[in-house]
Design a protein around this ligand. Structure first.
Ligand code: GLU
Length: 492
């Protein structure tokens, strides 16, 4: 798979024409892992030659998505410019390659092909081509360009060239895909391929071939939807005297119902999962299992252990079905396993958006309480909101099993008195519990802890009241108990 002595160089080459979707993220991950485990180089190349459809904001989203997942790239034109040579860094904090900045390079190769008569200007108009196509279909032939402009001696007078075409040789193209094995295409079916609109605007297959050569790409790992592009790129390589990289085409990602994944924004957009409160750790773990089979049935993988474990040879050919339930399962798993500080880090954008600010120590305590029942970071925002703002509640909530209100009031007054006695610096779970234990024994646990929990959370269901108290701190606990007591006073 890797020729000894050569440095592995791989690339992610997304077109910034839409949201970064899961397929692109998975391609990025597989390339990144392959580079890392071979001590190689991972390149990000933005394929923005389609000027109409490419947008800067999509490029930014691609970069944001990769950074979010922790998939840093190793080279970029900024470094090239600054140092006149490649510099490897692991920070990924510099720009990617952009095809839009490399126009003169493609132009040079287009001119070379035109000069050597391996490419030619085509003057046929869209209408003429369409008529030709219809004619072939009506004759029962597979439609392809007739080659009309191939042998023009002189450019036709008064006609403008429409595109540049490649003189496609009538050969069979064979390559050994690392996942799919021997793959053969009949180039005869392609007709003369369009490689550029003009000298300034090369099309994808041509620009990508040139870049893969100049960037010394050793392995092209990309989605199966590009399989039919590979023979075309190989034809260009042969004519231009380029090296042929190894190819690995990753299986399609299928919807849970096994249909081809819809382009529905919410289902396919990587950043939509971030907005939905999924962790980058979850996404990496989820993505790597889309088509790759670990040796034993292990399911939990971090980027670090994937560098060791991942194996391109164990990627399947058949479509990879998305199991969205696994996403939640993985997320819950990570919430249980992760360091509290890491969860806090991941939560920060949500806290900022929700305008929630609290000391880190408090937030960490709340995370400790909530992590066991969180499926997404959004769950924290809804489940833990009572910590930040006491919801309004009906006084009846304070009564455990219809205990009469005067009795509830006396108990809560006792609770308040005990709480007030605890020293500020000793306001810990153990000491709060200790100070209430005698009362709970005498009055009954439910009779003490139910109204305390209701007073502190304002909710029917909430976590352990002592833990809530500790997280809220003495002052806020007292404030909430007093609110409960004033509700009880008013209800009489
Ligand atoms: N630019 C192509 C795309 O966005 C990918 C090209 C490639 O990986 O060769 O799908």
């Amino acid at each position: 798979m890797v020729i000894p002595g050569t440095k592995v160089r791989v690339r992610l080459a997304p077109s910034p024409t839409g949201q970064i979707h899961l397929g692109t993220a998975r391609t990025a991950l597989f390339n990144w892992l392959f580079a890392r485990q071979n001590n190689g180089v991972f390149i990000l190349r933005i394929e923005d030659t389609d000027r109409e459809r490419s947008e800067k904001k999509y490029e930014e989203e691609i970069i944001e998505g990769l950074k979010w997942l922790g998939l840093n790239w190793d080279e970029g034109p900024d470094f090239e410019r600054r140092n006149g040579k490649w510099l490897i860094t692991s920070k990924g904090d510099f720009g990617p390659y952009r095809q839009s900045e490399r126009g003169s390079i493609y132009k040079k190769y287009l001119e070379e092909l035109l000069r050597e008569k391996k490419a030619y200007y085509c003057y046929c108009t869209k209408e003429e081509l369409e008529a030709e196509r219809q004619e072939m279909i009506s004759q029962g032939l597979p439609p392809k360009y007739s080659g009309h402009c191939r042998n023009l001696n002189q450019p036709p007078k008064d006609l403008k060239p429409q595109v540049i075409r490649f003189l496609t040789p009538e050969v069979k193209v064979e390559f050994n895909d690392l996942i799919r094995g021997k793959t053969v295409f009949d180039a005869n079916l392609f007709g003369d391929l369009i490689i550029a609109k003009d000298l300034e605007e090369p099309l994808y297959n041509f620009a990508a071939t040139v870049d893969d050569e100049l960037m010394k790409i050793t392995h092209v790992i990309r989605g199966e939807d590009h399989l039919s592009n590979t023979p075309k790129q190989i034809l260009f390589q042969k004519v231009l005297g380029f090296k042929e990289p190894a190819y690995a085409h990753l299986p399609l990602i299928l919807s849970p119902d096994r249909s081809k994944m819809s382009k529905r924004y919410a289902e396919t957009s990587l950043l939509e999962y971030r907005r939905g409160g999924y962790l980058p750790e979850t996404m990496v773990n989820f993505l790597v299992l889309l088509g790759w089979h670990p040796k034993d049935n292990q399911e939990i993988f971090s980027l670090t252990n994937l560098i060791k474990e991942f194996d391109l040879k164990r990627v399947q050919k058949a479509g990879a079905v998305m199991n969205t339930r696994k996403l939640e399962w993985l997320n819950s798993h990570y919430f249980k396993e992760m360091q509290t500080e890491t969860i806090l880090e991941r939560l920060k954008p949500f806290l900022t958006a929700g305008k929630i600010s609290a000391p880190e120590e408090t937030l960490k305590k709340i995370i400790e309480i909530e992590r066991g029942r969180m499926k997404t970071l959004k769950d924290f925002m809804s489940g833990a909101s009572f910590f930040f703002k006491l919801p309004d509640y009906d006084v009846s909530l304070l009564s455990w099993k219809q205990e009469p209100m005067p009795k509830v009031k006396t108990t809560l007054e006792k609770v308040l008195a005990l709480i007030q006695e605890i020293r500020q610096e000793e306001f810990t779970h153990a000491l709060i519990l200790k100070s209430l234990s005698e009362l709970a024994e005498k009055e009954g646990r439910g009779e003490v802890f139910w109204p305390l929990r209701a007073a502190l959370s304002g909710l029917k269901a909430s976590p352990d009241p002592v833990a809530i108290g500790e997280a809220l701190g003495k002052e806020e606990t007292i404030r909430r108990l007093k609110i409960a007591l004033s509700k009880l006073n008013e209800s009489r």
